[in-house]
Design a protein around this ligand. Structure first.
Ligand SMILES: [Fe+2]
Length: 332
């Protein structure tokens, strides 16, 4: 008699299900219209200077996501020069090379509609970094620096927003209450979290707990007043925010549910702005097997792309809202 597969439950934490360990958000995929311009922005201005790989060619495993037989792109994976525990994540810039190039940002996207809506970077000294980026380096300001205290544990944070060259939303945050040894100089660090709109918060939490996101940092209901200018074409919605991390490290997830909901802003794969994210795992084949055994459906098989320095291995899965989410095997 074959024993039934063990079903990981929320709260089990990473690694509890078997051989693979979930490592939080490894990277956020950002669609760009021109790679050289993007590298200047994300590299010189924001400090993502370490090129993990720079690959041009057809990407396998995107048939279901893109409804195309083939999709060619230039993909540049970048690690930040100041990667820290609060800014551990990478960015993956994607410029679609075939067809009409990178698709446009989703129509009607303001913030929190179903779809990926921001990449958040940890910084030291939000005010100083924001002023330097906006006043000296010409970045577009989308929200002036402010301080917030986040429920339910009164975690203090400073934050602001800027736009990338295609108006993708980049949050700058400093978890002032979580800093252990602040660095001396104002600076940007790596990715702290990715935000995305969802239609059912309970389903989202249950699903991502299976991927290791069991540590709640904050949860809030209401409306974040500083975002009011972004909702120019409809009444202000109620926003239910959750920010969760994986015990295994990596960047966090920030699902947002709007009431009433906005339009579907998932957009086409590769669209301009933050458009996908990947959860790091130590053993991709084991993670896929474990999740399949719990009923998770995958939108691609495991793919392996030769990127020169090694193999980039990933598999796209189906989250509750059909967002572009993959597992990626972390380099050993
Ligand atoms: Fe955020």
């Amino acid at each position: 008699m074959t024993p039934a597969p063990r079903v990981p439950l929320p709260g089990d934490g990473p690694g509890a299900a078997g051989a693979s360990v979930f490592r939080g958000v490894d990277h956020v995929g950002i669609g760009v219209g021109d790679m050289e311009r993007a590298l200047e922005f994300y590299g010189r201005r924001l400090g993502f200077t370490e090129v993990v790989f720079d690959h041009s060619g057809e990407l396998p495993g995107l048939e279901e996501l893109t409804h195309r037989q083939r999709r060619a792109a230039r993909t540049v994976m970048l690690r930040h020069g100041n990667t820290t525990r609060l800014g551990p994540g990478r960015v993956k810039l994607v410029q679609v090379l075939d067809g009409d190039g990178s698709p446009p940002a989703p129509a009607g996207q303001q913030y929190g509609e179903v779809g990926i809506c921001e990449v958040c970077l940890h910084v030291h000294d939000v005010e100083a970094v924001h002023r330097r980026l906006v006043d000296e380096l010409g970045c577009e300001p989308l929200m002036e620096p402010l301080s917030a205290v986040l429920a339910p544990d009164d975690v203090p944070a400073d934050l602001s927003y800027i736009g990338d060259p295609w108006r993708g939303k980049i949050e700058l945050i400093e978890w002032t209450g979580l800093q252990e040894t602040p660095p001396a100089q104002p600076r940007v660090e790596g990715v702290n979290h990715v935000a995305f709109g969802v239609s059912d918060m309970d389903a989202t939490r249950e699903f991502y707990a299976r991927l290791g996101f069991t540590e709640l940092l904050f949860e809030s209901h209401g409306f974040f007043d500083a975002m009011a200018p972004w909702y120019s074409t409809r009444p202000l919605p109620d926003q239910h925010f959750v920010l969760a991390h994986a015990a295994g490290g990596g960047a966090g997830i920030e699902p947002v549910r709007l009431s009433p909901p906005g339009p579907d802003c998932r957009g086409e794969w590769g669209h301009l702005g933050p458009m996908e994210f990947a959860v790091g795992v130590t053993d991709l084949d084991a993670a896929v097997s474990e999740l399949r055994a719990t009923g998770v459906r995958f939108r691609s098989d495991v793919q392996a792309v030769d990127v020169g320095a090694g193999e980039w291995r990933y598999a796209y899965l189906e989250d509750p809202d059909g967002l572009y989410v993959s597992l990626v095997e972390e380099p050993s």
